[in-house]
Design a protein around this ligand. Structure first.
Ligand code: DGT
Ligand code: CA
Ligand code: CA
Ligand code: ZN
Length: 606
């Protein structure tokens, strides 16, 4: 049952006053852009005018690239001045920002079968082709699509064939194994949006996002929020506020202590409320991970202590804890950061007082691996530089693509010279404020050679070497290919070592144990690509790498100024990997970093 369907079509819930007298949080730009983009897709699925659909998608892009607060942009009229923004689009954006609802969006969600939306997550299957399948075969669900593909009827459609049919089946299999999982930033933003509203309620004493979001997992199953109230009867108005929130699509369970809803994005959310005395235990329990909790419970049992979500008890006597620090202290343990609660040795380390001091965002002195409009980035080097200064960082390592990556506008040797001249000039101008480093994201060719000759490679301050082609070599060949690339005297950093795209593809499956061990011997760094679609090197390998002396830069791989914020997500993953400031390469000051790169070359005999 859908909550919103009980409302008038324009949604009386959309008014700015939610129950409890709390004003709804203003949507942020990313949320508005996401809705516009979704409308574009829905219009196409609905068989609408493709130009109209494109207009919504372009508007979404324009919003994402624009600077500034969306509410202010609407009020000042700045929205209308963005590229491609017509009158209708401005009206839609205004409607959404001011009311929290968009009638067109609601209509489309109602009309377009959910299954068609799910099909857009199948790699290589766009809205146009989904529409074609729907119109010719009447297929509306993933199961029906699977049956049609297995029966061979997809292959017979004009423009499809056996290969696309096979790809659809593969895609369906992949979807099935990743169903109901969401990328961290999406889940985190929605969790924060809702927690922020509820936290302002007068009834709430404490409130935290718990679960895998708090542990900063790269993909998230559902959102868990826990809170406390002064009196148990205060829970109802809080639950009611959640139920009335515009992001909530339907209710799956509603009780005194727990309410479960599904958000419009499809993400499920559980809210639990207790008396404030019980809050630390509740927070700890629902932060997890389950594995961490189970291991901790085992330890506690041996010490004669019982743990559950309501408390910790020694012979049925509650051990009082004001917060999680006291919770861990009750077991003679140091406080374990949520990111580390994955039962990977953190309990033993906490008992021995040997937990690492995890890296923090402020430790990063500079930024490495960003793109500019010299290749497939969206803005100039100058704009990326200014955004880096605004973040308070001291250096920026430019890494546009190399010539083999023609699809991404990769630079030939001549363009490299011209770009480096521009960087020299900018460095004069920015002296004392920022140092721009000459780098490249150099393609690793099929045989493991790098995409520039030594003469060109020598002109860079540092070289990130990455694979963007020939994904289907055998894992063993990919391993050899990566190792050969790292052996190149000019290779400083291995880029996104597995090529995975979270929830979409697994990557080229190299033998990471061999790749990392070889990187350690060669002194080559391996990036943590902090694009939330990648988070590659996976955090589960970080300690293996640092134990072999491999330094790990946290790299945003940004294509826009906004993309620089990927380092924030990267920090979360690095902390899951137990990385300290000294494990992370871009915590070095610029002179030390350049010395590091020079030493790498010397060691490999460049
Ligand atoms: P997710 O949602 O799949 O990304 O991962 P979590 O860790 O958020 O898992 P979820 O939402 O099922 O439960 C939240 C936390 O609650 C979990 O990390 C630990 C705790 N929890 C849930 N079920 C159990 C259980 O059966 N045993 C124990 N010990 N803890 C549990
Ligand atoms: Ca969860
Ligand atoms: Ca949950
Ligand atoms: Zn790349």
């Amino acid at each position: 049952m859908s909550q919103q369907s009980d409302e008038t079509p324009n949604g009386t819930l959309g008014g700015s006053d939610a129950p409890g007298g709390i004003r709804r949080a203003q949507p942020d730009k990313a949320e508005v852009a996401a809705v516009l983009d979704e409308i574009g897709t829905l219009l196409e699925l609905d068989g609408g005018n493709p130009f109209e659909a494109r207009a919504y998608q372009n508007a979404a892009r324009a919003l994402n690239n624009a600077e500034g607060d969306i509410t202010e942009m609407v009020q000042s009229g700045a929205v209308a001045k963005l590229p491609g923004m017509g009158k209708t689009l401005v009206a839609r954006i205004t409607e959404y920002v001011t009311t929290g609802r968009l009638a067109l969006y609601d209509e489309l969600l109602e009309r377009v079968p959910v299954g068609l939306r799910q099909m857009t997550r199948i790699p290589g299957l766009g809205p146009k082709r989904i529409r074609q399948i729907y119109e010719s075969l009447g297929v509306t669900t993933l199961d029906e699509l699977k049956a049609a593909a297995e029966a061979g009827t997809i292959a017979a459609l004009p423009g499809f064939g056996a290969k696309s049919q096979e790809n659809i089946l593969k895609g369906l299999e992949f979807l099935a194994s990743h169903q109901d999982r969401t990328l961290y930033p999406v889940a985190q933003a929605q969790a924060q949006a809702i927690a922020a509203i509820l936290r302002e309620l007068p009834q709430i004493v404490r409130m935290e996002v718990a679960g895998s979001v708090r542990r900063r997992k790269e993909v998230v199953g559902d959102i868990d929020i826990v809170g406390s109230v002064a009196r148990l009867e205060d829970r109802k108005p809080v639950m009611d506020t959640l139920l009335a929130h515009p992001l909530v699509a339907s209710v799956t369970g509603s009780g005194e202590t727990k309410t479960s809803v599904v958000l419009r994005s499809g993400i499920a959310l559980d809210l639990r409320l207790v008396n404030d005395d019980e809050f630390p235990y509740l927070l700890h329990h629902f932060t997890g991970s389950k594995e961490h909790n189970v291991a901790l419970r085992g330890r506690a049992h041996a010490q004669g202590i019982k743990i559950n979500e309501y408390g910790i008890f020694r012979s049925d006597q509650l051990i009082p804890c004001a917060n999680e620090h006291e919770f861990y202290a009750a077991f003679g343990m140091a406080y374990v950061e949520p990111e580390m609660r994955e039962e990977r040795g953190e309990i033993e380390a906490a008992l021995e007082g040997k937990l690492p001091h995890l890296v923090e965002e402020a430790d990063l002195r500079g930024i490495l691996h960003v793109h500019s409009n010299w290749s497939d980035g969206k803005v100039s080097i100058r704009e990326m530089a200014e955004a880096t200064i605004a973040l308070g960082k001291e250096y920026l390592g430019m890494c546009d693509h190399s010539k083999y990556a023609a699809y991404a506008g990769g630079l030939d040797a001549d363009a490299v010279r011209r770009q480096q001249a521009e960087i020299d000039a900018l460095n004069q101008e920015f002296k004392g404020r920022l140092r721009i480093l000459k780098g490249t994201e150099c393609d690793i060719l099929r045989d493991g050679a790098l995409d520039y000759d030594d003469e060109t490679l020598a002109t860079f301050d540092f070289v990130v070497a990455s694979i963007h082609s020939n994904f289907n070599l055998s894992p063993d060949d990919q391993t050899q290919r990566l190792i050969r690339a790292m052996e190149n005297p000019y290779c400083s950093i291995l880029g996104h070592p597995t090529g995975r795209i979270l929830l979409r593809r697994d990557g080229y499956a190299p033998d990471l144990e061999r790749v990392i061990a070889r990187a350690g011997e060669l002194g080559v760094a391996i990036e943590l690509n902090a694009d939330p679609n990648r988070f590659d090197l996976d955090w589960r390998w970080h300690r293996f790498a640092t134990e072999r002396g491999v330094r790990i830069p946290i790299c945003p791989d940004a294509h826009t100024p906004d993309g620089l914020k990927n380092i924030h997500y990267g920090i979360g993953i690095a902390r899951k990997g137990w990385l300290t400031a000294s494990d992370v390469l871009n915590t070095l000051a610029v002179d030390d970093l350049l010395a590091f790169f020079a030493e790498q070359r010397q060691r490999k005999g460049a």
